[in-house]
Design a protein around this ligand. Sequence first.
Ligand code: 6PG
Length: 249
Amino acid sequence: MSEVHIYPTAQLQAQACAERIVSIAQKALSARGCFTIALAGGGTPRLTYQLLATEAYSSQIDWRDSYIFFSDERCVPPESRDSNARMARETLLNFVPIPLNHIHRIHGELEPQQAAEQHETALRDFFERRLGLRAPQFDVVLLGLGADGHTASLFPGSPALHALGRWAVANEVAALKSWRITLTAEAINAAANVLFLVSGAEKAEAVKRVLEGPHRPELLPAQLIRPEAGSLHWLLDAESAALLTLTQS
Ligand code: 6PG
């Protein structure tokens, strides 16, 4: 069951997202002594990351026992302007006291298959061998939504939509004429909390189709995200929620 939360502005949306991440982190740290989050790429989460990096928010999380992963990455080196790892560094990770070896970035500079296998190994080392879990039970997976209904790098009609038994794969994205490395739907759906963070009028049609349209995940991969035991929250700004029936009352 997913919950939809609508905020009048992107600023209030980012505040709500940062507060939700802090609250989940505190519960995880006190319950299990560690907090794990898979960060989203793209532009929408920047504001949330910048807020989390402020003293007011960052002081509420024990970063020494926090672990950072990524929902997906572009096949570029970490210093590239297109790198999700770079965006996260420059908006959050450079400003909080997290040990560098707690940041498990996807090595987009490697050959795609090699990068995916390396990330799969890193995920299994951490969740299976270190935490003794059978699935990557992230405390939080943060996701965005493309105007075409993609999330992470699970693009419409792309091979990664059919990945079985894998947690991270290389995905050839015809629409972009390029490769991406992405968590699979299976890995994302093992999370305790999945947060979609979506803003802007250009996303309104996709939000409407994903949340209120027929179930067609091949065309709308965001519909693959249905956490098995976890919670699913859509944090939308008013513009991206504008076409939803529930806002038409
Ligand atoms: C990426 C993302 C991708 C993103 C959406 C939305 O690497 O691009 O992980 O899934 O979340 O494309 O992107 P914007 O937030 O930039 O609109």
